[in-house]
Design a protein around this ligand. Structure first.
Ligand code: 3PG
Ligand code: MG
Length: 416
């Protein structure tokens, strides 16, 4: 697999957008509760791109998906509350909301935009053509603008019309958030300051095999936590009692361990554990050595010795890449390990000792719980796309941005 040449990606830095209709693909897929935006982090993170385009005199047209409506309209997945929040956050001039994303009514609605105005289109996934990467649907979208800007890194792993097909149809640029996300991941993986540690946690190893495989060849220390670690421990002959683990993946995990060894990557696993009979708040718990997990107990967090050992090793690192919790952090007291790690990496980053990059919903939640988010070098808005990148896969939307121009030329030639 050859690496894509990211230097082919054009940015909006020196782009003249004055008077142009700029179609911006953002990821405004935010949680909605009782018809209101419950967390506007993703909206805030795309504001620098919107503001820059506004200041440049563009007519800014925002498009996004929300939820998974599968080609049908549904009130719970409308982007209307998102448009309202965009308007509030920009606090200058109304934001026009259009209740569809393609077609003559939308085109007519957009004619009312003046330079510096912003519009939000209705959910792209109300049309089946979005997820099927339909060229006809992409053409309908492309008709709405003069320039395309993709600022939706967290959707870049989907080969959908608004991020893939469309990039070949119009002059395509990466927005500021897209560039920040790509650059943060390159800082951690392509040319990191060493030593570099990756921490990968979460419940199931089966969902992150490729991530472990890829990281084992790239980082110096690979820490595995959460339920995933149980499968690795088991592969090393540890009896994990009643813990969550995946026997079907023990052999695969052995291969990962072997390839890590060949690559000189240290695999870092817990030496003691917090165990309980069930995962429930207020349940009785105990600490035990990793070789003495009682048969009727399950591992729910790493033990205090493991955490101290991990903190000490982290102190020797220059770069940290983190995805996934070390235990069942949402249920007290099983979040101690994850939260202690969040605090410690935040502290080291704040002191300038560590370059820290984190991504994924659970990890970001843990960082927010201890207030470590602002101290991190970079916190990604992406979940799935972040993981795919960690697995070494090329993301369809990023490939499209890097090759868009070439293909557009081909299409022009093909069309005669
Ligand atoms: C996400 O929240 O992970 C992105 O917005 C992508 O959404 P999807 O998983 O429904 O494609
Ligand atoms: Mg997802």
């Amino acid at each position: 697999m050859s690496e894509i040449d990211l230097s082919n990606i054009k940015t909006i830095d020196d782009l003249d957008v004055n008077g142009k209709r700029v179609l911006v693909r953002a990821d405004l897929n935010v949680p909605i509760e009782d018809g209101e935006v419950a967390d506007d982090t993703r909206i805030k993170r795309v504001l620098p791109t919107i503001s820059k385009l506004k200041q440049g005199g563009a007519k800014v047209i925002l498009m996004s998906h929300l939820g998974r409506p599968k080609g049908e309209r549904s009130p719970e997945t409308s982007l209307r509350p998102v448009a309202e929040r965009v308007e509030k956050l920009l606090n200058g001039g109304p934001v026009l909301f259009l209740d569809d994303c393609v077609g003559p009514d939308v085109e007519k609605g957009l004619e009312t935009l003046a330079t510096g105005d912003v519009a939000v289109l209705e959910n792209l996934r109300y049309h089946k053509g979005e997820e099927s990467n339909d060229l006809g649907f992409a053409r309908q979208l492309a008709a709405l603008g003069d320039i395309y800007v993709d600022d939706a890194f967290s959707s870049a792993h989907r080969a959908h019309a608004s991020v893939e097909a469309i990039a070949h149809l119009m002059p395509a640029y990466a927005g500021k958030l897209m560039m920040a996300e790509i650059s943060a991941l390159r800082t951690a993986l392509a040319d990191p300051e060493r030593p570099v540690m990756a921490i990968v946690g979460g419940a199931k190893v089966s969902t992150k095999i490729d991530v472990l495989k890829n990281l084992a060849t790239r980082v110096d220390v690979l820490v595995v936590g959460g339920g995933m670690a149980n499968t690795l421990l088991n592969a090393q002959g540890v009896n994990v009692g009643n813990s969550l683990y995946e026997p079907d993946f023990v052999e695969t995990v052995k291969d990962v361990l072997a390839s890590a060894k060949r690559a000189g990557c240290e695999i870092f696993l817990p030496v003691d554990e917090v165990v309980a009979k069930e995962l429930a708040p207020g349940t009785e718990w105990a600490v035990c050595d990793v070789n003495a997990i009682p048969s009727d107990m399950m591992v729910l967090d790493q033990g205090p010795k493991s955490i101290e050992r991990l903190k000490a090793r982290l102190g020797e690192m220059r770069t940290l890449l983190w995805n996934g919790p070390l235990g069942a952090f949402e249920v007290a007291p099983f979040g101690k390990g994850t939260l202690a790690l969040a605090e410690e990496s935040g502290r080291l980053s704040k002191e300038g000792k560590l370059i820290s990059i984190a991504g994924g919903g659970d990890t970001v939640r843990a960082l927010n719980m201890v207030g470590a988010t602002p101290d991190f070098t970079y916190v990604s808005t992406a979940g799935g796309a972040f993981l795919e990148w960690l697995a070494g896969r090329q993301l369809p939307a990023v490939i499209a941005l890097a090759s868009g121009q070439v293909n557009a030329k081909h299409e022009a030639v093909a069309a005669g």
